[in-house]
Ligand binder design. Structure first.
Ligand code: CO
Length: 157
């Protein structure tokens, strides 16, 4: 009787401990990841991502919630310094669809996803060592013609 009680207590503590551990793991995973939605109306939602400096890596998932196909309304997510966004959009246009609108030789591109169409999603994980505290970063869709409106800002916290 006594042994049975002791066992159930140990089990209960083990269950609580693993639940706490799981919650901790999920919390830190959420802090070092963000989901950005894009649509058929050339919008990124949200247009701002906060990245904790404590993260070693950061994962961005790009969802396309629209219906239009990749060839007509493709979106990608390209990370660069704010001051480099126009430049990487230009070289991306020249690189064209075959290169997902990203010039592989453009070192100003710090991270990027592939191009997705309506209903698709993709993700990229990048090393936080690429980002320098105090510098200003942003993101842009470099698909043909999208960069003037599809862009957002990164805040390092
Ligand atoms: Co786009």
């Amino acid at each position: 009787m006594h042994t049975l009680f002791l066992h159930s207590k140990i089990w209960r503590n083990a269950v609580i401990a693993s639940a706490l551990c799981l919650a901790g793991g999920l919390a830190s995973a959420q802090n070092c990841a963000a989901t950005i939605e894009s649509d058929d109306a050339l919008r990124f939602t949200p247009e701002k991502i906060e990245i904790p400096l404590a993260c070693k890596t950061f994962m961005v998932t790009l969802k396309h919630t629209g219906r239009l196909p990749k060839l007509a309304m493709g979106h990608n997510w390209v990370l660069a310094k704010l001051s480099d966004l126009d430049g990487v959009a230009r070289t991306g246009m020249l690189a064209g669809a075959d290169h997902n609108y990203v010039d592989p030789k453009d070192t100003r591109v710090l991270a990027h996803t592939g191009v997705v169409g309506g209903g698709e999603s993709t993700s990229v994980t990048f090393d936080m060592e690429k980002l320098v505290p105090g510098e200003r970063y942003g993101f842009v869709c470099t698909f043909a013609g999208h960069s003037p409106v599809m862009r957002g800002v990164i805040t390092l916290k």
